[in-house]
Design a protein around this ligand. Structure first.
Ligand code: NCD
Length: 310
């Protein structure tokens, strides 16, 4: 199938092939090479929740490949008049060749994929999954380390509500990484995910101590505490600002350790970190363009040439 709702929709071979395609597409993503593979195709960008990078990188990806984009936001549309997701998606099927959807409700992307026949790419469903983010995260790790196998990846912050880490943890385990999960007690990775990862033979440790995890890390993946998912403001206030990394913390890190973050950051990453060799989050955001290009081509059944030439 051409939908991507969770990482289970992609086999390991497909993931590797999308990552190889993404490498070849970097000059196209930068605008240095013109490659209109998706000319005449229309993408519907369906955003029922805020977004900067995901929405813009999908739009850039589509446009750099010669396609066009319909931008939908739940603000200023018939959603305010009470139109259902089902009805809206019926329209989209008639207007576009492929749709990207972000929605506050877990399961909304699968629901959309079941409702219509054009390919659906899940750009984040509540606290559920965010598989296209995982593709750019894997790309960023491979770019830095050349492999995923055997790396110690430390996932930090809101592991309970953070959809990026739900999708990423699955993929990392499939490629042989070890995981260190660092979170406050109230925001630990849900048991069903941890049990699932462990049942596939994964090496996972859980802790509340970020500082202790730095020396052995190959990747530190910081996340924002997902304020909008908390049922209660006071509960948020108890954990807001709990983990922070700054340039001086890098003194304890291994050579080559990278710091990632899906962004937006709140207070997790001090600006002093930005100019260190470890900081990879802005490069990571750029990597959304080639990886989403490769995902769009895969779902639309368009092959990327072996060699992308000027
Ligand atoms: C993330 C998201 O929306 O889940 N952002 C993103 O897509 N880059 C992370 C977040 O909002 O904290």
């Amino acid at each position: 199938m051409s939908d991507v709702v969770t990482m289970d929709d992609l086999s390991n071979e497909e993931i590797l092939s999308i990552l190889e395609d993404s490498v070849r597409l970097v000059p196209v993503a930068r605008g240095a090479v013109h490659l209109p593979l998706l000319e005449g195709k229309v993408l519907a960008n369906m955003f029922y929740e805020n977004s900067t990078r995901t929405r813009m990188s999908f739009e850039t990806a589509m446009k750099r490949l010669g396609g066009s984009v319909l931008n939908f936001s739940s603000i200023g549309t018939s959603v305010a008049k009470g139109e259902t997701l089902y009805d809206t998606m019926q329209m989209v099927e008639g207007y576009a060749d492929i749709a990207v959807i972000r929605h506050p409700r877990q399961g909304a992307a699968q629901y959309s994929a079941d409702a219509i026949d054009i390919p659906i790419l899940n750009a984040g469903d509540g606290a559920g999954n965010h598989p296209t983010q995982t593709m750019l995260d894997l790309f960023t790790i491979m770019e830095a380390h050349g492999t995923i196998e055997g790396l110690n990846v430390v996932l930090v912050g809101d592991l309970r509500y953070g959809r990026t880490v739900h999708s990423l943890s699955h993929a990392l385990i499939r490629f042989g990484a070890e995981l260190t999960l660092v979170s406050p007690e109230t925001l630990m990775m849900p048991d069903e995910i941890v049990n699932d990862l462990r049942s596939s033979g994964a090496t996972i440790s859980e802790s509340t101590d970020l500082v202790a995890a730095i020396p052995d890390a190959d990747v530190i993946y910081m996340t924002r505490i997902q304020k909008e998912r908390f049922p209660d403001e006071d509960e948020y206030a108890k954990v807001a600002g709990i983990y922070m990394l700054g340039a001086k913390d890098m003194n304890d890190a291994k050579d080559g350790m990278i710091v990632m973050h899906p962004l937006p950051r709140v207070s997790e990453l001090h600006p002093s970190l930005d100019s260190t060799v470890n900081a990879r989050y802005f490069q990571q955001a750029f990597n959304g363009v080639p990886t989403r290009m490769a995902l769009l081509c895969r779902s639309l059944g368009v092959e990327i040439p072996e060699e992308v030439k000027k």
